[in-house]
Design a protein around this ligand. Structure first.
Ligand SMILES: C[S@@+](CC[C@H](N)C(=O)[O-])C[C@H]1O[C@@H](n2cnc3c(N)ncnc32)[C@H](O)[C@@H]1O
Length: 322
């Protein structure tokens, strides 16, 4: 059997929450390899999916899949912050919107995309390879020690941020630039004394560079601002009574999603610098916009985690637009 390009997480839960017996129009904001989209299309033969992704490779997959579902799957290349422009005439239009945050397995496994230290490749990490934005190489080699330390603290939530920034900076000063994923991972590992200090839910050692890689990826793709803007714009596209369902993979994402469902609207252009509770209380206002059937988070069970370890950190929240 062919290995799937990406195994969709919490698929049964997603379908149970989103699929109804009547025809529905969905927006999948994160097509990836289309696992969730396919599930939505298969659960009701009249339903329609509009699918977005900022990664051109995903949109090519979506165009291929669209041939299997004539007039039922409409792919769009773009990012969350462009939603209002892409779907100008689709206010209060969708019955369900799905956002499955983060990176796809295809992105992580493609060495030349530079997302993972498990595959040696150039330090890139741009989800949209056509974008002219900074890449991970620029951050690692151009930022000074204080700026590096700050992003590793804020977006990696790694308490060893100062030590990590220092070892990157010292390595650069002595040997020049750091150009590949494994080179960066080794510089960090050696700098921290070589051993893992944390373990994941499956009790596997976490590589000491994991959180730094997360931080770089978040900054390169402006992921937290994208998520915040995506949620705000998705709200206007959703019909009253429609469902917004979000899956996140780390606490920074989950915090933004949780606040969105709680109705906390930030008065800030840049949510990335407003993640702590103190600044939030000054800059936020409350607007109840969703009916939450449960405050509980849905997580994968052991069965799913056994088959798809990535599911171990997935958290699903959803709400019905009032
Ligand atoms: C976890 S994968 C989605 C997997 C998908 N649900 C599936 O079943 O195959 C996340 C996808 O979201 C895309 N993505 C992340 N941030 C985005 C953004 N701001 N705008 C559009 N797409 C984004 C990524 O390129 C990636 O393909």
């Amino acid at each position: 059997m062919k290995t799937p390009l990406h195994t969709p997480v919490l698929l049964d839960h997603v379908l149970k929450i989103l699929c109804h017996t009547e025809k529905q129009i969905f927006l999948d904001l994160t097509f990836g390899a289309g696992g969730h989209t396919r599930g939505l299309l298969n659960c009701n033969e009249n339903s329609i999916v509009y699918a977005l992704d900022r990664d051109q490779n995903s949109i090519e997959l979506a165009r291929e899949m669209a041939k299997e579902y004539p007039n039922r799957l409409f792919p769009f290349h773009g990012q969350f912050s462009e939603l209002k422009n892409i779907f100008t005439h689709k206010q209060n239009f969708f019955h369900g919107i799905l956002l499955d945050a983060g990176t796809s397995t295809m992105q992580l496994n493609d060495a030349k995309r530079g997302f993972s230290f498990r595959h040696d490749g150039p330090l890139d990490m741009r989800m949209n390879t056509k974008s002219k934005s900074i890449n991970a190489y620029d951050l690692v080699n151009r930022l000074d020690e204080t700026a590096l330390s700050r992003i590793i603290r804020l977006y990696g939530e790694d308490q060893r941020h100062r030590k990590i920034a220092r070892c990157i900076y010292q390595w650069r000063s002595t040997f020049g630039s750091i150009s590949t994923t494994t080179q960066l991972a080794n510089v960090i590992k050696v700098g921290l004394g070589g051993s893992a200090s944390d373990f994941d839910k499956l009790n596997r050692p976490i590589h000491p560079a994991t959180k730094t890689f997360q931080a770089l990826r978040i900054v390169v793709n402006d992921e937290l601002n994208e998520l915040y803007n995506g949620l705000e714009q998705a709200y206007t596209l959703l019909k009253p009574g429609g469902t917004l369902l979000c899956i996140s993979f780390h606490s920074l994402e989950d915090r933004i999603i949780k606040r969105h469902f709680q109705g906390i609207v930030l008065h800030a252009d840049n949510v990335s610098s407003n993640l702590d509770e103190k600044s939030l209380s000054v800059q936020a206002e409350n607007q109840v916009r969703y009916h939450l059937q449960t405050n509980k988070i849905t997580e994968a069970d052991d069965n799913e985690i056994d088959g798809n370890p990535k599911a171990r950190s997935a958290k699903l929240r959803y709400g019905i637009k009032i």
